[in-house]
Design a binder for this molecule. Structure first.
Ligand code: ATP
Ligand code: MG
Length: 438
């Protein structure tokens, strides 16, 4: 993409209404624009990153055996009356009336809808286990939308729902998601710590929030220093029940808890290794048994012919919130430092002198070759000062930047810069190309 033809409204000044660095940078880098309280338009660059994040989430859900579908944003109130949540939900639910005076709502979550969809088709134990998910906009009329997309009113969520014959099966489905989540966040360069969370009336230990450490996060968290090592991907067989349980148990061995779930004994045990910080919740997994299947009358025939009420769990990831969390974790004074996996473009080309024929010819040629190689490239071909171009590329966080100037071109070299380290090297065009294509 040529920057001269792009729609990339970057701001020079830090917007005064933004309190945290990720919100400031998202506005400055032209990723989002607020259109109403807690509601954002995703500008072209932001939309690209959002799609990258969603795609990683999708790939890891698929790998764990979940199946994608897409449910609507608008739901009927009657569906929610079946579970009893229509009256219980409170003012966070946006209630809407259609022209026929039918009561509708903009979905804050989808347990009722997925239960009714599954109920219509599942007949026997052979239809289980299944985990279904979608990536869809939600609306919650938060009292205090703030920190940009971190706590919006309209936000993008991945929500998955599992159906199993019994609690042991549900635990395995839970463990699949547990490991899928760790891999998902690790691919985005994030260390998300699974922390025991409230299970409500269900009890048990099958509820975890995945929390990314950030000084500006909304939750107070306490954890063992072992969590400070970088995240790694685990390659696992998601069908291996005991293997998966071993991995999950390993992850929960080191202490980590939010304010609500602190454990004095375990903190004493951690001793000098206990750390305190703040964090952002990027995901939440939850087993809730028959909470929806029972009142909504979801039944399947078990292997022995008897009726079984499926056990369910739900599993959310804040896809749009993740963009804020990634920026909180990865930026410097000059702007965003996108991890390669979610960067809107992999390579930026800076043409230092568009009025210099040799320079522009070389930049145009490099641009064409990168495009041909299938590399996502942003070409700054604007008639602007070099300094302004460097600042823009750094602000929007492009991982590899190739600077083409008249002096270098006369010697047959360009400068290749790595955004994350600031490291710059002079290379021939061929070598620069090989380095970023490889
Ligand atoms: P929170 O405690 O932050 O309000 P929640 O418990 O209401 O979260 P869930 O219902 O479990 O969240 O939703 C799943 C995920 O959706 C959360 O882990 C979070 O990443 C994301 N999420 C929830 N509310 C918002 C919001 N208002 N804006 C952006 N993302 C959100
Ligand atoms: Mg909430």
């Amino acid at each position: 993409m040529r920057l001269s033809r792009h729609f990339l409204p970057v701001l020079k000044e830090s917007p005064s209404d933004a309190q945290i660095v990720s919100h400031k940078l998202m506005l400055r880098a032209g990723l989002v624009r607020q259109t109403a309280a807690g509601i954002y338009a995703w500008l072209p660059l932001g939309q690209r990153v959002l799609q990258k994040i969603a795609q990683i989430v999708r790939e890891e859900q698929d790998r764990a055996g979940a199946i994608e579908l897409l449910m609507p944003t608008l739901q009927s109130a009657d569906l929610w009356r079946e579970s009893g949540r229509y009256d219980a939900y409170g003012p966070e639910m946006l209630r809407i009336t259609d022209r026929h005076d039918r009561e509708m709502l903009y979905g804050p979550t989808n347990e009722e809808m997925i239960t009714s969809i599954f109920r219509d088709s599942a007949r026997s134990y052979r239809d289980l286990p299944r985990t279904l998910y979608h990536i869809q906009w939600k609306f919650r009329d938060e009292v205090r939308p703030r920190f940009g997309v971190m706590r919006g009113r309209e936000f993008l969520m991945k929500d998955a729902y599992s159906f199993d014959l019994d609690e042991a099966g549900a635990r395995h489905s839970y463990n699949r998601m547990f490991v899928a989540y760790l891999n998902t966040f690790a691919r985005m360069g994030l260390r998300a710590i699974p922390m025991q969370a409230d299970t409500g009336p269900i009890g048990g230990d099958l509820s975890h929030e995945f929390i990314v450490l950030a000084p500006t996060g909304e939750s107070d968290v306490f954890y063992h220093s072992n969590w400070e090592k970088p995240a790694e991907l685990s390659s696992v067989d998601f069908d291996d029940v005991s293997g998966l349980q071993t991995i999950v148990s390993g992850y929960t061995a080191d202490y980590a808890a939010t304010d609500e779930k602190r454990d004095e004994a375990r903190e004493a045990e951690a001793g000098a290794d206990l750390r305190q910080s703040r964090g952002v919740e990027v995901g939440h997994i939850f087993y809730f048994g028959e909470k929806y299947s029972k009142p909504m009358n979801l039944r399947v025939q078990g292997p022995d012919g008897s009726e079984v009420i499926p056990h369910m769990g739900s599993y959310g990831i804040g896809v749009s919130r993740l963009m804020g969390a990634i920026i909180e974790a990865s930026h410097d004074d000059n702007g965003i430092i996108w991890p390669d996996a979610v960067a809107p473009y992999k390579v930026g080309i800076i043409n230092m002198r568009v009025d210099d024929e040799a320079c522009t010819a070389a930049a145009d040629d490099l641009y064409a070759r990168l495009q041909k190689a299938g590399v996502e490239v942003l070409y700054d071909d604007r008639d602007e000062r070099g300094g302004a171009k460097f600042a823009t590329m750094d602000l929007i966080g492009i991982p590899w930047q190739i600077v083409i100037g008249p002096k270098g071109i006369a010697r047959g070299v360009v400068e290749l810069k790595r955004r994350s380290t600031g490291e710059k090297v002079e290379l021939s065009i061929e070598d620069a190309l090989a380095k970023v294509v490889g």
